[in-house]
Design a protein around this ligand. Structure first.
Ligand SMILES: Nc1ncnc2c1ncn2[C@@H]1O[C@@H]2COP(=O)(O)O[C@H]3[C@@H](O)[C@H](n4cnc5c(N)ncnc54)O[C@@H]3COP(=O)(O)O[C@H]2[C@H]1O
Ligand SMILES: Nc1ncnc2c1ncn2[C@@H]1O[C@@H]2COP(=O)(O)O[C@H]3[C@@H](O)[C@H](n4cnc5c(N)ncnc54)O[C@@H]3COP(=O)(O)O[C@H]2[C@H]1O
Lengths: 141, 141
């Protein structure tokens, strides 16, 4: 098992590029976000603005939690609340030239980490699956 | 980086035991399952029966997909449909004495894998986080 081959790499070599990443816009309403999550099948996705700047993440759980009233789930609120009121803005970020070890540390607690360039523009995502796929491949030899 | 220390282990040493795992029962209705998922914050959890036998997994996405009508999300159907109509029954399973390498292969494509005993009774779960935590710890030395 040659960990050097695995660990000397950069985040860029594990990247799922932005054009392959499902996302929503900060101005979208929650009913639209819920539809995107349901149709793509992802449990959480990035939130961008129209110039592709990264703003946060939104998940199924955050949406449901936001409309959970005292007596019932208040589904009508989905058309009234926006993504930016509910999303998680406090998210870790990686740069393309970061060492993969920095990504590994972050995916211990995050299923995926957004990758951006120096100006905060979204480049893609770094996922647990990409790390585990390569680890498994090396372990098999 | 001593992979032998990591890879000679059994699934049992990485286990999150059943008493720590949120789950629902096969007979529950979808509104109850949605509430459990929202309150615990997990995107998918095991489905058991009253004798703790493992039947499948249910996720937020599976529930939303099941009530997605042609014109709108039909939230009233949550009280009419049951977990067993919607859950994924076709899931991989691990045994306590399996090698961790078998678990590693499965978590490439599954965020977690249910662990059972020989009679199909639920023992706990094997998660990506437990694997990555230990990998990261070894990489740091
Ligand atoms: N359509 C699909 N095709 C193939 N496999 C699928 C899939 N949807 C889910 N999976 C599998 O399930 C894992 C968890 O997905 P989840 O949506 O909860 O969590 C995902 C999701 O929140 C996000 N993600 C992954 N790929 C994405 C994409 N293309 N666009 C937006 N978000 C993505 O990163 C998290 C971790 O992804 P990761 O790949 O490590 O792990 C994925 C992958 O192994
Ligand atoms: N309450 C919490 N406290 C601390 N961290 C939390 C958390 N909820 C979520 N996370 C973090 O988010 C990851 C993805 O959670 P998710 O619910 O999508 O996906 C979870 C969930 O579907 C299931 N899972 C994990 N622990 C569970 C438990 N105690 N009961 C039921 N299901 C569990 O296994 C999947 C992978 O879990 P993993 O630990 O690898 O990865 C978790 C963990 O790193």
């Amino acid at each position: 098992f040659d960990s050097k081959e695995f660990l000397d790499k950069k985040v860029a070599q594990f990247l799922i590029p932005s054009d392959k990443v499902a996302h929503v816009q900060i101005g979208n309403y929650l009913d639209h976000a819920l539809l995107v999550l349901t149709k793509t099948g992802y449990s959480a996705i990035p939130v961008l603005d129209s110039s592709y700047k990264l703003h946060g993440l939104i998940s199924m759980t955050m949406i449901m939690d936001a409309i959970l009233g005292l007596e019932r789930i208040e589904f009508e609120r989905l058309e009234k609340m926006r993504v930016e009121e509910v999303m998680n803005k406090d998210i870790p970020r990686l740069l393309l030239h970061d060492h993969v070890t920095k990504g590994l540390e972050l995916v211990v607690n995050h299923p995926f980490v957004c990758v951006e360039n120096e100006d905060g523009y979204f480049e893609g995502i770094f996922t647990r699956r990409e790390v585990l796929k390569r680890l498994h491949k090396q372990v098999r030899r």
